[in-house]
Design a protein around this ligand. Structure first.
Ligand code: GNR
Ligand code: NI
Length: 174
């Protein structure tokens, strides 16, 4: 397993549309293992493959709290089958939009079909943080970031800050 570099906005790769996976094999599982390790190290609760530069429809997630037993989840080729009409607002953050948090409104519940770590087909009804996080990750697969759900004014303010952060990073690399 290895920790990979997480791409941050603005970067054209984050706008790429990810392609479906045609086979769940050991190569894909190695990618998912790296993604999980990268996500835990960040730390974050979800990660889409495009955030490490791989445009495949792959998501890893772990919603266990501090001190709880790890509960890794894997979603390959996820499809939303249904979303509720009622919505929920959650203060979102993103590893590709470091240190910024804003409220985002999304359907409160959804039903998803996906392939798991073994390549088995599964269906699940999601609510609360799982519904929010899954929709946030599925946006990444379409090249969408949570800041794209905000007003133009908020988004351009955040993009300005992101560009400033990058310029500072260039001056003193990690
Ligand atoms: O770690 C993360 N936390 C989070 C909080 C609220 C809503 C979504 C998320 S996902 C984010 C990790 C990430 O950027 N995934 O793409
Ligand atoms: Ni994100």
């Amino acid at each position: 397993m290895a920790i990979r570099e997480i791409i941050t906005a603005p970067d054209p790769r984050l706008k790429e549309v990810s392609k479906p996976v045609d086979k769940v094999d050991d190569g894909l599982r190695a990618l998912m293992d790296d993604m999980l390790e990268t996500m835990y190290a960040a730390p974050g609760i979800g990660l889409a493959a495009i955030q490490v530069g791989v445009p495949k429809q792959v998501i890893v997630m772990d919603l266990a709290r501090d001190g709880e037993k790890p509960a890794p989840r894997y979603f390959i080729n996820p499809e939303i089958l249904w979303t509720s009409d009622d919505t929920a607002v959650y203060e979102e953050g993103c590893l590709s939009v470091p240190d910024m948090y804003e409220d985002v409104e999304r359907p409160a519940r959804c039903r998803v079909r996906y392939l798991d770590y073994q390549g088995e087909i599964r269906e699940e009804e999601c609510d609360e943080l799982l519904a929010t996080c899954l929709q946030h990750e599925m946006d990444h697969l379409k090249g969408i970031l949570f800041i794209d759900h905000l007003s133009r004014v908020k988004r351009s303010m955040m993009l300005k800050k992101l560009i400033k952060q990058k310029k500072l990073q260039e001056k003193e690399p990690a």
